[in-house]
Design a protein around this ligand. Structure first.
Ligand SMILES: [Zn+2]
Ligand SMILES: [Zn+2]
Length: 160
């Protein structure tokens, strides 16, 4: 299993490959407090980088790739249309959508943590996990904002 997370001690992005046991930062050695049960056969019930159990699955689609395929198809289709090749123009659009759909089905899923945004790749039985839900994401975002606000407040109090 592959885990990508931001270390809370040194604030660097850590990428580790592990089959089980506790999870630590390769840069500074700090333990995340999370661990992977090596008897679970690659299944994961909680984040390996924080105590959260709320995880969601998203497609491991390279950012911008889907969009550039669509954009490329649209441009080619427009060129075909400009040359009055209506059938070609439509065929290109359909082919573009098909390529996009095939790629989408082909790429694997990433198990992502709502709380710390750690990404877990190579997780078994990914379909046991739910898809992204905006209300959970929003709850964690507001929690993080309140936490940052509280830290600023206490920093201000120390200065005064
Ligand atoms: Zn670290
Ligand atoms: Zn996490």
């Amino acid at each position: 299993m592959n885990i990508t997370f931001r270390c809370t001690s040194c604030d660097r992005i850590a990428r580790i490959t592990t089959t089980g046991g506790s999870v630590g930062c390769p840069h500074c050695g700090a333990q995340t407090g999370g661990s992977i049960d090596d008897r679970a056969g690659g299944r994961l019930d909680r984040c390996a980088a924080c105590p959260s159990t709320e995880l969601f699955v998203r497609k491991d689609f390279p950012q911008g790739m889907g969009l550039s395929i669509i954009a490329g198809g649209f441009i080619l289709s427009s060129i075909a249309l400009a040359w009055h090749h209506v059938v070609w123009s439509l065929a290109i659009l359909v082919a573009t959508a098909a390529v996009d759909a095939v790629l989408y089905a082909w790429v694997g899923g990433v198990l992502t943590c709502y709380r710390c945004h750690a990404e877990h790749r190579g997780v078994a039985e990914l379909d046991r996990h739910p898809a992204f839900r905006l209300e959970i994401h929003e709850r964690y975002r507001q929690q993080a904002a309140r936490l940052a606000e509280g830290e600023r407040d206490s920093a201000r109090r120390t200065v005064l």
